[in-house]
Write a protein that binds this ligand. Structure first.
Ligand SMILES: N[C@@H](CCC(=O)N[C@@H](CS)C(=O)NCC(=O)O)C(=O)O
Length: 205
């Protein structure tokens, strides 16, 4: 049965769409929106949190975007997107959990309140407080990338995909990230890959 990815592309479902494109796995995209679609009983049966994304891979159901990317990479792209060595796998988890806990919330708060929300709904003090939390973790990422090209070494993996996907909105909305030049060069590399471009088309169209 075809993999089903639930969630509009202009959401965290982008991460699942991107990994599916990179892995070359056929999928059906069901563009459930977060406000209404994600609150319907059929969707809540997949993700009782009422948030997108969720996937159905045959009879297997999974929510949490970064767990979805790790699962899809391991299932459909082991040895390419998903590292084989135990230590590299652990590093992929390290970076993914780091992304979710250290940078995701401040990035969303900053970009939403500077660019994405309608001007009347933006709150500059929330944006500024969020921005202040970013230099410490982004300096860590930038320093790690002193040894390019990718987070785990020579090849692009799900670790890069997860972190680049978290930074996508700042990158796309041209937030100034020039203080972290190695990170921005790496981000350009990740987000202009053919697989990334195919996934981006779904949300930038
Ligand atoms: N930690 C979850 C967060 C999912 C999430 O918050 N998704 C947003 C869209 S990007 C959503 O569905 N928001 C609607 C809501 O919170 O009610 C994940 O990464 O999958």
């Amino acid at each position: 049965m075809t993999l089903k990815i639930h969630g509009i592309a202009r959401s965290r479902a982008f991460r699942a769409l991107w990994v599916a494109e990179e892995a070359g796995v056929p999928y059906e995209h069901i563009p459930t929106d977060s406000k209404s679609g994600a609150k319907q009983p059929e969707f809540l049966a997949l993700n009782p949190n009422g948030r997108i994304p969720a996937i159905e891979d045959g009879s297997f159901v999974l929510f949490e975007s970064l767990a979805i990317t790790l699962y899809l990479a391991k299932r459909y792209s082991s040895g390419k997107l998903y590292p084989v060595r135990l230590e590299d796998e652990a590093r992929a988890w390290q970076w993914s959990l780091w992304g979710a806990t250290e940078i995701e919330t401040p990035l969303i708060e900053m970009v939403s309140n500077r660019v994405v929300l309608p001007p009347a709904e933006r709150n500059e003090s929330v944006a500024a407080a969020a921005e202040a939390k970013l230099p410490r973790p982004l300096a860590v990422l930038d320093a790690h990338l002193a040894k390019p090209p990718y987070l785990l070494g020579e090849t692009f993996t799900v670790a890069d995909l997860n972190i680049a996907a978290l930074l996508y909105s700042a990158w796309y909305n041209k937030i100034d990230l020039s203080r972290w030049p190695r990170m921005t060069a790496w981000l350009d590399r990740c987000l202009t890959r053919p697989g990334a471009q195919r996934a981006r088309k779904l949300r930038e169209a």
